[in-house]
Design a protein around this ligand. Structure first.
Ligand code: NA7
Length: 893
């Protein structure tokens, strides 16, 4: 729309009586508020922004403390919506200072003449949804009330400072400053005794600068944080060259990346690298001075696996020890209570070295808690520190604070947002809340927000909201509201995503743990910027899924549902497979399919190290069979699990489930022997079953020679291997041994009936298709043989079988026959435990280190095997995740 028209539209904002009537009211004039104003004005929507501060800038207006800078490289921490703006503004440093960022935002406000629609010095005191007029009615502490159709919170994630929570602040006779509300006039610290409380980003950035000015600086640290040297200076030439080489591609890559900065996804895992290689990568990252680099580029398991993360954390602690001369201070500065990255790491300039200065003292508040602030200083339970100045760098009521704590927001039926969120924020997409029509949040809780480069995330939200408002206007809709179902689905998806990363393992402002009494929940979306963006697009593509839209002259529209039902990583895997547009596996023929699977397996992450891997042969039903034995690193003898691989009785071999066998060997502390049973079409039914039974008997008889514990063995299998494991248990019972202590059946084939709902519901799109299963059956077994219990164990006699752990996946054609088998076992009096894994597909548990959300499921499988073997459930070395998304229920028969 031409700017002249924008001006005309803008002037349509009218005052009815005392009230300013606009299409949209925005709270905040930081990065989000400014871009909103620009976009909405271009869309011809009358808009006012209400801003408490005296000028634009948002968090950068308030956070003026010494040393304040951004900690995402500034070339990335910039608006990207206008290439002219990009080429007009030049940043002077890799990480810009607060004054420069503020100048930039002022420049943007001037360039698009945004200030004319901003009411500065104005705080919203209440916002109420009026059901009759279908508008938000706002009262403010400055000027006329505002009536708006849409109300948008562009309030930032870190803008409501947290109170100090320490008794006696009012008694202190010296100067008190908050980093988040630093004065505009110069603060003179020279020659003064200064205390800084808090060692988050604000503390870590300001402490070295304050130390240079103050006569004496005492830092009160409650929890040490990981910090990396920023190596500030000019923007790195290679990054600038990359940006300037193809600006559009660079920005686009950022938009679809995980963190909003265009780094490629790392695929190498820590255990594939030697110590020297890992150290080299770490030193490169330490020298790069870039948080996103170190968080994403070292090794793929660093952010998702406790062990991969611990390697990096150790290397950083080693650096701290090498910089800080006093060992006691170095130890106090070294974080041990959270994985690296689970709490926001910091970028510093001389932070650790500052503690080598004679005028700087670190007080470990964990060892000597602050008891009070007195007229002259700070008292701990051991000492008193007389100071002239106290700086609170104690952080924010993050993510929700600026939305709920600042003013009451009353939605439909007079419900207040604070009440609705009392147990933690509930949103749909982090953008909207059920019961609060026409209310939007920019980078709200439930969106990637603080786990991303904020600026592209803000742009994505603003574009999405502005586009929706334009589309609504075109179609005559005047209200939009998330449904409860969509919101509940998003909460579940958020919980699923929380299993992807290690953020859940730390008490941080990400989880609300920093504010006493605040509900504990992981507030930012951990699924990544690119995946999140694609979900928002899908919501639109599916007819505004999960939203109800109404208008006076148009029929209401509500396409209700949940936008993501798959586990987040399963969604990514299936998306990648769909993009590959592979022909159906069955179209390759048996040998072609085997070659394809072998090639496909080469691209998966290498399985983790175990104590020993031994290849051998054993006598099968009719000749030698290859096997691969995985031995734990712990001293034996260990119980033995006989494992049968998946592949529809046609594909795979004793090596094809290698990562799964390694993982289960480590988790159970047991020997896994993967058997290379013979395949169809060369060897049709019942060869696979008979080979497997023979192999199990031989392994049981030779347990001692294999280094295993004599006595009963266990059996396990995935897919067709699950079928074989189940059959082996039945044959062993019928044929007088071997004794089997337990069976683990992962997505097993149990029956030849194809009319159960899961065969139709999941017929296509989840890798294992219905037609592929038909093909497997046809190759393996003639229709006349299929009802034989050696093909369809569900049709066999089930009483007296070993205890079973049966795993089924929601999006698997085989789901219902797995459930049917578990039911039938239980009905026959067999002890059965089940794991019904929601959001998973047939290959979820076999895709080790790809489907990260499968970890908790495999931990449970391992626990069951250990119990069946008479061992305690956990072996200690493999920490199981603290929360399990999958539903598990046990039925003792
Ligand atoms: P943070 O990261 O929340 O840091 C606040 C710090 O203050 C942190 O070390 C807290 O310790 C400490 N703190 C908070 N309350 C107290 C009390 N009562 N006593 C002692 N110490 C306390 O806020 P920042 O402003 O530094 O950074 C916020 C984000 O801005 C940052 O992550 C970047 O994204 C930009 P705790 O860890 O809670 O034990």
């Amino acid at each position: 729309m031409p700017e002249a028209m924008v001006a005309t539209r803008a002037s349509e904002a009218t005052s009815s009586g005392n009230t300013l009537e606009v299409d949209v009211a925005v709270v905040g004039a930081g990065f989000a508020g400014l871009y909103l104003l620009h976009r909405l004005r271009k869309a011809g929507l009358t808009t006012v922004a209400l801003e408490e501060a005296g000028d634009v800038g948002g968090t950068w207006y308030w956070n003026r403390y010494p040393g304040a800078r951004c900690d995402i490289q500034t070339i990335d921490y910039s608006y990207t919506f206008d290439s002219d703006l990009e080429s007009t503004w030049k940043w002077s440093e890799k990480y810009a200072t607060q004054p420069e960022i503020l100048r930039y935002l002022g420049f943007v406000a001037d360039r698009y003449e945004l200030r004319r629609d901003i009411r500065f010095g104005t705080k919203v005191t209440a916002a109420t949804w009026d059901e009759v007029s279908e508008r938000w009615q706002l009262t403010t502490d400055n000027g006329a009330p505002v009536s708006c159709r849409h109300y948008i919170m562009a309030t930032g994630c870190l803008s409501a400072p947290k109170p100090p929570e320490i008794d006696g602040v009012k008694d202190f006779k010296g100067e008190v400053y908050f980093t988040g509300r630093w004065p505009h006039e110069e603060v003179k610290l020279a020659g003064k005794r200064v205390a800084v409380i808090g060692t988050g980003s604000s503390g870590i950035q300001s402490i070295p600068v304050i130390a240079e000015q103050a006569a004496q600086l005492t830092v009160f640290q409650r929890t040490p944080n990981f910090a990396l040297p920023a190596h500030n200076g000019r923007a790195p030439a290679d990054r600038v060259a990359l940006l300037e080489g193809d600006r559009a591609a660079y920005r686009e890559q950022a938009r679809w990346s995980l963190a909003g900065v265009p780094w490629p996804q790392q695929t190498v895992v820590s255990w594939q690298l030697s110590d020297a290689e890992r150290r080299e990568r770490f030193e490169t990252a330490w020298a790069a001075g870039d948080l996103v680099y170190i968080l994403t580029q070292l090794w793929a398991d660093q952010g998702v696996d406790v062990e991969g993360n611990a390697i990096l954390a150790d290397l950083i602690r080693e650096k701290i020890r090498s910089i800080v001369k006093d060992p006691e201070t170095a130890a106090a500065l070294s974080p041990h209570d959270h994985p690296f990255g689970a709490k926001r790491p910091c970028l510093d300039t001389n932070y650790y070295a500052t503690y080598n200065r004679a005028n700087v003292t670190l007080v470990n508040v964990r060892q000597e808690p602050i008891t009070s602030i007195t007229a002259t200083g700070i008292r701990t339970d051991k000492r008193t520190f007389d100071v002239d100045v106290i700086v609170f760098a104690t952080g924010f009521d993050a993510m929700t604070g600026a939305i709920t704590a600042v003013h009451p927001i009353m939605g439909r039926g007079g419900k207040s947002l604070s009440d609705v969120w009392a147990g933690g924020p509930q949103t749909y997409l982090g953008l909207t809340v059920a019961g609060f029509p026409n209310l939007f949040m920019i980078t709200g809780p439930g969106s990637p927000s603080v786990l991303s480069n904020m600026v592209p995330s803000i742009e994505q939200h603003v574009d999405w909201v502005a586009d929706r408002l334009m589309a609504m206007r075109e179609k005559g809709f005047t209200t939009i509201e998330a449904t409860e179902k969509a919101q509940a689905g998003w909460a579940r998806h958020m919980a699923d995503c929380s299993m992807l990363t290690l953020h859940r393992l730390a008490n941080t402002w990400y989880t609300g743990a920093n504010v006493p009494g605040k509900a504990h929940s992981l507030m930012p979306y951990t699924g990544g910027v690119g995946p999140y963006r694609s979900i928002c697009d899908e919501v639109v593509g599916h007819g505004m899924l999960g939203f109800r839209l109404t208008g006076a002259n148009v029929a209401a529209q509500c396409n209700d549902g949940e936008i993501v039902r798959l586990q987040p990583d399963v969604r990514l895997v299936l998306g990648m497979l769909a993009q590959m547009n592979l022909p159906p596996i069955e179209s390759f023929g048996a040998q072609g399919a085997r070659d394809f699977v072998a090639e496909f397996n080469k691209s998966r992450p290498a399985g983790r190290p175990v104590g020993e891997v031994v290849d051998g042969t054993l006598p099968g039903a009719d000749g030698p069979l290859a096997y691969r034995l995985y031995r734990p690193a712990t001293p034996g003898p260990h119980p033995i699990v006989v494992y049968f691989h998946g592949g529809g009785w046609v594909l795979g071999d004793e090596q094809s489930d290698d990562p799964l066998c390694r993982d289960m060997c480590r988790r159970t502390g047991m020997i896994f022997v993967s058997v290379g049973y013979r395949h169809a079409p060369e060897h049709r039914f019942p060869t696979a079953a008979e080979d497997s039974f023979a192999a199990t008997r031989w392994i049981a008889e030779h347990a001692g020679e294999l280094g295993g514990r004599p006595g009963p063995v266990l059996v396990a299998g995935w897919s067709a291997g699950g079928n074989i494991a189940a059959v082996t248990c039945q044959l062993a019972r019928e044929r007088g041994g071997p004794e089997i202590a337990g069976q683990l059946l992962v997505c097993p084939v149990t029956d030849c009936r194809f009319d159960r709902p899961s065969y139709n519901d999941n017929a296509a799109g989840y890798f294992l298709t219905r037609s592929l299963m038909y093909w497997f059956w046809d190759i393996y077994c003639s229709p006349a043989d299929r009802t034989d219990p050696r093909a369809s164990p569900l049709r066999g006699k089930l009483a007296g079988l070993p205890p079973a752990f049966v795993v089924t996946c929601e999006f698997d054609p085989l789901r219902d026959e797995g459930i049917a088998y578990a039911d039938a076992l239980a009905a026959a009096g067999v002890h059965v435990e089940r794991l019904q894994a929601s959001g998973h597909f047939h290959s979820s548990f076999a895709m080790v280190d790809v489907v990260i959300t499968g970890v908790s499921g495999r931990a449970r499988m391992a626990g069951a095997l250990r119990r069946f073997a008479g061992l305690s459930e956990g072996i200690g070395a493999q920490p199981a995740p603290d929360v399990a998304p999958q539903e598990i229920n046990a039925a003792a028969g």
